[in-house]
Write a protein that binds this ligand. Structure first.
Ligand code: B3K
Ligand code: ZN
Length: 887
């Protein structure tokens, strides 16, 4: 805790990294589990590193725990033989190698932070990444200390029948006083952040997996008894992920047992603890009645992500937390590839780019901007960001495209050969890729330390005499707060040329003379010109295909070109992207016209372009739906110098409404063709059908006509899967009609015992587009369904409102801001991680009009002044309020 008003918090710098003087090589932990006071006895084998100075004391981290005793090689230390310095326990004068026994207490029931050891619905549960182990016991709690763990758990047998930790079970037994014990051993050295412990009344769904080399692995997914039967999808996903990693990267699972535990009270999505993943129940439990298609897909991808960490993160881990993207960017890339292989690659790409543009780009252009490898932080908790994860994955994807699929595989093989069992840096990863493929990646590495989203500007010139087409590419990255000067990056620019009928042209440029119709231009300088030969007519350029680099392309398209690309581009991603660009431009036009009191009209040619997409016989349902899903107001707002939510919504609403009017018959027909589908299958075709059907219903609902409202009511009543129920409910939730309250009431009556379904009920109201959504949010915050301390409930209501309801949150009266600040200040002492996440909804205040700026700033200042404000929240708010920050 810090004094809110005066002290500036001191950051940790990457440049100050140095190894610890000692290593804990092995640790034997005993837990006497008790909700109020758990006694931890830790026996460590400690060795001074050869390079370390013999005078250096042993320094252990510890936070909110109480030391009971310390012994070195069996001899108890007197109180004057050690000291506390802040949160460090300092023991001077220790030998070069010794056994240290620490006894300490911690308090799981009182631990509201959900870091360290805590109780989630009566189950003991741990979360150590990044610095939670120090809340359990004193330790060298940093990822470059890899140790072998043995763990003994002792607990009341009736209340905590299941006792789990990492690795393999060794033995168990009962004790006379109604207690029992279990002993675990993990043969793989690991950093403390991968330690895990679970104890509770849980039931296992068990299965088996035979690895490629023929080893039998037992798989178990633990849930509370009432959730049994809802883990089939998670189990199937796990087996698919295990097989995929063998086939794609030759990576096999390495223990005899792989366990997943589902808990309802968890700060984030999931955690890759060695052999014992802990999951937010939202990302494990699913059946057609209660989970939507999106839930099913999220489960598959996160189960895979955490499983993939077993190699990229656990076997090879990070030297320090600045290297977080070493494991996260790489593992996100791996899970993206997995999903693309399991389903549709272009759709997956579209979804990922949407997230990047709507969330990572704003982050990269705001007060929290930081490189993929940050160079300083106050709380590392604040850097589990879209930049480290998603932009980090884009950096890996560019590497993949630069060295090719085979080269990437050779690079991965070399990375594991060199570094298995080590804690390494992003440079080590890039070096493995460079060495395995003989590629010079020095300049490429700028992606790791330069923040901000690069911009590309393209000028074209067709020479009708020479039959050449000249493409001049300018790149620049706007300054970010900590980095005023930016260097040019290596930008792989995938592109093609189309002739007037949309046929791809052979690309003859540089020393390339073949018939290839797609190429990757290696953009490396601030300005570069590429010349294409034998171009006999003015071509249309299709640029940044499949989003080959995380950049913004600034290019003045005329509408005809965009509609041409929507219809003809050979790259599926770019067909979608051109439609997005068309709509974004149109919303901006509408805003302009409305500001001049001109009534805007959607051009007939746009309507026809969308009609063709909607009735396309070549695109599948999911792709049609993706193309007709318009960019949100938040995304479009990024194009404006000053974000004006009112103007944006007025324009976007008008456009949606005109599109719905114009295509009413098409939407109606397509809806009816799919309406009687009561299927529950989660294959790509069924999911695509539901997606398109619900998209049509959404447009029709916008017309607010009785017949369509009835469609929504009927769909909610008759649907046999949650996707369709929510599709109908979402339409009704936006309307001011009695049907709305009836449907929401019936939904709650049916599902109030299912927390994950109740979350959907909260979110659909929190994100409603009808006026007065904030009144509903205030009312719901006092409703019994809302638990003010449960992270899922908070995200479903307050998070969904602040981050997902741009219209209501940014209402001009500033009530949204006040509501959020009040809640953040209440939550901060309880759960600083979640509080500092929520407050980020206001940190880009400088991007808005003067009035909103003042309102947001005032609320940020209130939070900043909060007595005892956590370092987590302070870091975010201080950055947001610091003078000279980007918006
Ligand atoms: N590694 C964890 C995230 C930990 C977040 C700590 N605040 C899950 C993941 O990214 O796979
Ligand atoms: Zn991860």
């Amino acid at each position: 805790m810090s004094d809110a008003s005066s002290t500036a918090l001191r950051p940790v710098y990457l440049s100050e990294y140095r190894p610890a003087a000692f290593t804990v090589e092995a640790v034997d932990l005993r837990f006497d589990l008790d909700a109020d006071t758990t006694r931890v006895t830790s026996t460590m084998q400690v060795r001074r590193r050869a390079e370390a100075n013999a005078e250096e004391p042993l320094i252990l981290d510890g936070e909110d725990i109480e030391l009971r005793s310390l012994r070195i090689d069996g001899d108890e230390l007197d109180a004057d033989a050690y000291r506390f310095e802040g949160r460090s326990l300092v023991i001077p004068g220790v030998p070069a190698a010794f056994e240290l026994t620490v006894v300490n207490d911690c308090h799981p029931a009182a631990n509201t932070t959900r870091m360290g050891l805590y109780i989630a619905d009566g189950t003991f549960c741990s979360q150590c990444e990044p610095e939670g182990f120090r809340r359990i016991t004193y330790f060298i709690d940093r990822p470059d200390n890899m140790a072998v763990y043995s763990v003994t758990l002792v607990a009341d047998a009736a209340r905590y029948p299941v006792l789990l930790s990492n690795g393999n079970p060794l033995d168990s037994g009962s004790l006379p006083d109604g207690r029992h014990w279990a002993r675990w051993h993990d043969p793989f050295p690991k950093p403390s952040y991968l330690f895990a412990l679970v104890a509770g009344a849980l039931e296992a769904h068990e299965d088996r997996f035979t690895t490629a080399s023929g080893r039998e692995v037992t798989l178990r997914i633990y849930t509370e008894a009432h959730n049994r039967g809802r883990t089939d999808h998670a189990m199937a996903s796990l087996k698919k992920a295990m097989r995929w990693d063998e086939e794609t990267f030759g990576l096999e699972y390495d223990l005899d047992l792989f366990q997943i535990v589902s808990v309802d009270d968890f700060n984030m999505g999931a955690m890759e603890n060695k052999g014992l993943n802990i999951f937010n129940s939202k990302l494990v439990l699913a059946d057609a009645d209660t989970a939507t298609d999106n839930d099913f897909q999220a489960i598959e991808s996160v189960i895979a992500h955490e499983y993939f960490h077993n190699w990229t993160g656990n076997r090879v881990t990070c030297r320090d937390w600045f290297q977080l993207s070493l494991k996260e960017g790489l593992t996100v890339f791996r899970d993206q590839q997995f999903t693309a292989d399991m389903h549709s690659a272009p759709l997956k790409r579209i979804e990922d780019v949407r997230v990047l543009r709507s969330q990572q780009f704003p982050e990269d252009n705001g007060p929290m901007a930081h490189p993929v490898r940050p160079d300083h932080y106050i709380k590392i908790d604040n850097f589990y960001t879209l930049t480290v994860y998603e932009k980090g994955a884009e950096v890996i994807r560019m590497l993949y495209n630069l060295v090719g699929a085979d080269g990437f595989r050779r690079g991965m093989d070399l990375y594991f050969r060199r570094h298995d069992g080590q804690a390494v840096t992003c440079d080590d990863f890039v070096a493995a890729m460079a060495d395995a493929t003989g590629t010079d990646l020095d300049r490429f590495k700028r992606w790791y330390h330069q923040a901000g989203t690069p911009r590309i500007r393209v000028e074209e010139h067709w020479d009708h005499e020479q039959h050449t087409h000249h493409l001049t590419v300018h790149q620049s990255t706007p300054p970010t707060a900590d980095q005023p000067d930016k260097q040019p990056l290596v930008i792989p620019l995938r592109m093609g040329l189309l002739d007037g009928r949309g046929r791809p042209l052979p690309l003859k440029h540089g020393d390339r003379d073949g018939e290839d119709t797609e190429t990757v231009l290696p953009v490396t300088e601030s300005e570069q010109t590429f010349v294409f030969r034998e171009v006999r007519e003015r071509p249309t350029v299709s640029l940044l295909r499949n989003f080959s680099a995380p950049v913004i392309v600034e290019r003045e398209f005329d509408d005809d070109t965009l509609r041409f690309l929507v219809a003809h581009d050979t790259d599926a991603f770019n067909r979608w992207d051109s439609a997005q660009t068309l709509v974004t431009g149109r919303v901006l036009d509408f805003m302009d016209q409305q500001a001049r009191s001109v009534t805007p009209r959607l051009p007939e040619a746009d309507i026809e372009a969308f009609r063709r997409v909607l009735n396309s016989e070549v695109m599948d349902d999911a792709m049609i739906a993706a193309t007709l899903t318009l960019p949100g107001a938040r995304e479009i707002g990024e194009e404006l110098d000053v974000i004006d939510p009112d103007g944006l919504y007025a324009a976007r609403d008008t456009l949606v409404n005109q599109l719905a009017e114009a295509l009413e018959d098409d939407f109606g027909r397509i809806y009816r063709l799919r309406a009687d589908d009561r299927g529950t299958g989660i294959d790509a075709e069924s999911m695509g059908r539901r997606r398109l059907k619900n998209l049509c219903l959404g447009y029709l609902g916008d017309l607010d006509r009785d017949a369509y409202v009835q469609h929504a009511v009927d769909q909610v009543r008759a649907a046999r899967n949650m996707t369709d129920v929510m599709g109908g409910l979402r339409v009704l939730a936006d309307l001011d009609r009695p049907e709305r309250d009836e449907a929401l009431g019936a939904f709650y009556d049916k599902w109030h015992d299912e927390p994950l379904v109740t979350d959907k009920w909260l979110t659909v109201q929190a994100t409603s587009q009808r006026p007065g959504a904030i009144d509903d949010v205030e009312r719901l915050m006092a409703h019994p369904a809302f638990d003010r301390h449960n992270p899922n409930r908070i995200r479903a209501l307050v998070g969904a409102f602040a981050m997902g309801n741009f219209r209501a949150f940014h209402a001009a009266d500033g009530r949204g801001y006040r509501l959020l600040a009040d809640f953040v200040m209440e939550l901060d002492p309880v759960n600083p991680q979640i509080a500092s996440g929520l407050v980020q909804a206001m940190i880009r205040w400088r991007r808005f009009d003067a009035r909103r700026q003042g309102l947001m700033k005032a609320q940020l200042e209130r939070v900043q002044q909060l007595p005892g404000c956590s370092d987590n929240t302070r870091e975010v708010v201080d950055r947001a309020l610091a003078p000279g920050q980007a918006g």
